[in-house]
Design a binder for this molecule. Structure first.
Ligand code: OMP
Length: 265
């Protein structure tokens, strides 16, 4: 099972930390800009500085797509580097994809088989039938948006359908019918710990990806209290800007990892 890869790494380094390789070209330090592959070199540096504290890396596709073919090439170079040097680290492409079924086949080929990511973030809006090409890949992870971290998340996600908010229905569907291959996970923002607690009570030990720590102000303590599973695991806690654009990414990753350990134990 693909989630075993994540859990194995978690146990090896005693960390639930995911560093977001959201390598916005406009923000990467100047010393990288005159290199042949600046985004890749920046990522390589971040990976060297942080790998011992992380169980996952998550690359947001937007920051690579923004540079056209150069960005896609350097995204590919980054994942190839990780596969070569740190193959046991869980690798997520944050692309929030989903379309009708046959179109999804193109995304599956690109993300899972050409880029070789372990998992991808997906919208649930088109329903399980459309997402099948992703879900059928028992060897890969499908991370479904449930309760997102942004301020306006409630506009649709809080809509009540038969006395339940939409996010609750998504959590129930994904952890039930959708998870036949045991390869589904959910996204729940750190900025909504109450919802996280409810979702954890609904989905058993399903892994939850938690963005919103660091730059978006989510609290590690609240996330850990609300979201840990019955084994004291089950979370992928992401921070992107708060680590990669800090003065000292190694120190920031270490600090966050140690904070996670403190509440985990
Ligand atoms: P920072 O705010 O810089 O830590 O980045 C957060 C990352 O998580 C970005 O790549 C976002 O696109 C992503 N994200 C959210 O911030 N909120 C969500 O609800 C979902 C995601 C995601 O799917 O990862």
């Amino acid at each position: 099972m693909i989630i075993d890869k994540y859990n194995k790494r978690v146990k090896k380094v005693d960390s639930l930390l995911c560093v977001g390789l959201d390598s916005d070209f406009k923000r990467i330090p100047k010393r990288f800009l005159n290199m042949k592959f600046p985004q890749f070199e920046f990522n390589k540096w971040i990976i060297k500085e942080t790998h011992e504290y992380v169980s996952a890396y998550k690359s947001n596709s937007a920051f690579y797509e923004a540079r056209g073919d150069k960005g896609i090439r350097e995204l590919k170079m980054t994942i190839d580097y990780l596969i070569d040097k740190y193959p046991d680290i869980f690798m997520i492409l944050d692309a929030k994809r989903a379309d009708i079924g046959n179109t999804n086949n193109g995304y599956v080929d690109f993300i899972f088989d050409w880029l070789n990511f372990d998992a991808v973030t997906l919208h649930p809006y088109l329903g399980v039938e459309a997402l099948q090409p992703f879900l059928d890949r028992a060897d890969k992870g499908c991370i479904i948006l449930c309760r997102t971290s942004n301020l306006g998340a409630g506009e649709f996600q809080n809509l009540e359908i038969g006395n339940k908010p939409l996010w609750q229905i998504v959590a129930e569907k994904v952890s039930g019918d959708w998870n036949k291959n045991e390869n589904c996970m959910l996204v729940v923002g750190a900025t909504y710990p109450k919802e996280m607690q409810k979702i954890r009570s609904l989905v058993g030990n399903m892994i939850i990806l938690v963005p919103g720590i660091g730059a978006q102000g989510g609290s590690v303590k609240e996330v850990m209290n609300a979201g840990l599973d019955s084994d004291g695991l089950g979370l992928i806690i992401n921070s992107s800007r708060g680590i990669i654009f800090s003065d000292n990414p190694r120190e920031e990753a270490k600090k966050l990892c140690e904070e996670i350990r403190k509440y985990k134990n």
